[in-house]
Write a protein that binds this ligand. Structure first.
Ligand SMILES: Cc1ncc(COP(=O)(O)O)c(C=O)c1O
Length: 411
């Protein structure tokens, strides 16, 4: 496919204008929005306003004046519209890790006749580490983590675990789980589900209420473009909320934090999932960034995302690079999220050499080169430039240079 034909795809792209809402360094092609979404112009302006005017000038009055106190709820409600959740079930707070701790303990307490958490061996490490921590805290008799291969899930659900803990989009390969199907299978076995939507929110159409999901969590600094370390979200279906007694009983989750009572009394509704003071600067930027999703049809976003990944694979083949890079993602776009992963013994060096050519991807140990496709800001033309850069890096062998093979702390 030639560059003119690809430019025509951009000319016809109904989402093309969205790119103008982002601050994107001119020389860079950014294929890492699945790790850290880029800065939106509105978030940049909001950061300055919150620092200068709200914090700087209005100081502590801002908690009421600028409604800082309700940010976790208000931001949660915005995210709710992107995950198919009716009002009153989503809140923005803490990290995915901390929210998983809250939800795992709640779900084990609700399903208290049972002991095990079922998950996959390839789940994102923090999900497994937190489950391990819950097991250590509660003791093996009250909580036991069972790790299986993806294809074993259906059979292992027949053992009737208390909780099924899964990540919809595999962080390595991008392979998708069918949330609706697995949730229904879990429920048929009396098992509660917790879905990690970190690589899904903001890029896949989600229908948590319709699919009768019990609980979910997700990152906001990836496809939601909330900024580095932006707080996560937590979803709890209405029907479970009264039964949830989350264990991090901080004052922000209290019914009346400013009564300063000595005894904890959990708030009603979603604010019971709060623990401490919200990170206002970070949450304000996320709040602003979410504006780029207003009036977006998630199905349209998904269609572009699938076209971008398919185009990438087509061009990789045409430029002859596909023989050297082994595709580890499903070859059908329907079965993968908005990312592609390839294995190569020198994947790290290739990633660094690409960065030297201003193409930003990332590397996941031991040998995965990973590209993320954020349909809000990527052009089809970017995919062409990226695959040209890959061809050059592979042909020139520059990825073998020692300078490109010095491991950094964050890959
Ligand atoms: C699937 C998944 N879950 C969780 C996290 C991280 O969660 P936390 O917000 O605790 O850093 C990541 C980070 O990349 C992730 O990919």
């Amino acid at each position: 496919m030639d560059l003119d034909a690809i430019r025509q795809l951009d000319a016809e792209d109904p989402l093309a204008e969205k790119r103008n809402e982002f601050f994107l360094p001119k020389e860079k092609i950014y294929l890492d929005g699945n790790s850290l979404g880029p800065l939106t112009l509105v978030a940049k302006r909001r950061a300055i306003e919150v620092v200068d005017k709200q914090w700087g000038n209005d100081l502590i009055a801002s908690w009421n004046l600028h409604n800082w106190i309700d940010l976790p709820t208000n931001v949660g409600e915005k995210i709710a519209t992107l995950i198919g959740a009716a009002s009153g079930q989503t809140i923005c707070c803490d990290s995915v890790s901390i929210n998983l701790f809250k939800l795992l303990t709640c779900a084990l307490a609700i399903n208290n006749e049972r002991q095990s958490i079922l998950s996959t061996r390839d789940n994102f490490p923090t999900d497994l580490y937190i489950a391990e921590g819950v097991q250590r805290l509660l003791g093996d008799g009250r909580c036991h983590l069972e790790l299986v291969e993806r294809h074993e899930l259906a059979t292992r659900l027949e053992d009737k675990p208390a909780v099924l803990l899964l990540t919809q989009t595999d962080f390595r390969s991008g392979e998708l789980f069918d949330i609706e199907e697995l949730t229904s299978l879990a429920h048929a076995n009396g098992t509660l589900v917790i879905w990690d939507l970190s690589h899904s929110a903001g890029v896949l159409p989600l229908e948590l209420d319709k699919w009768q999901v019990d609980f979910a969590v997700g990152c906001t600094y990836k496809f939601l473009n909330g900024g580095p370390g932006a707080p996560a979200f937590l979803y709890a279906a209405q029907k479970h909320q009264d039964k949830c007694e989350q264990p991090i009983t901080g004052w922000m989750g209290h019914k009346a934090p400013f009564n300063f009572e000595s005894k904890y009394s959990a708030s009603d509704g979603m604010t019971k999932f709060l623990a401490g003071t919200p990170p206002i600067l970070s949450m304000s930027m996320l709040n602003a960034a979410l504006a780029s999703f207003e009036n977006i049809d998630m199905q349209q976003l998904r269609t572009k995302s699938m076209q971008l990944t398919d185009l990438f694979l087509t061009l990789l083949k045409e430029t002859g690079s596909s023989q050297q890079l082994q595709l580890c993602s499903p070859s059908s776009a329907e079965l993968r999220g908005s990312q592609l992963a390839f294995s190569h013994a020198k994947g790290f060096g290739i990633c660094q050499a690409l960065a030297a050519k201003q193409v930003i991807a990332d590397f996941r140990s031991p040998d995965l080169l990973r590209f993320g496709f954020s349909p809000l800001h990527l052009r089809y033309e970017d995919i062409w430039h990226c695959t040209q850069a890959i061809k050059e890096v592979l042909e020139e062998g520059m990825y073998l240079l020692p300078a490109f093979n010095k491991r950094l702390r964050v890959t």
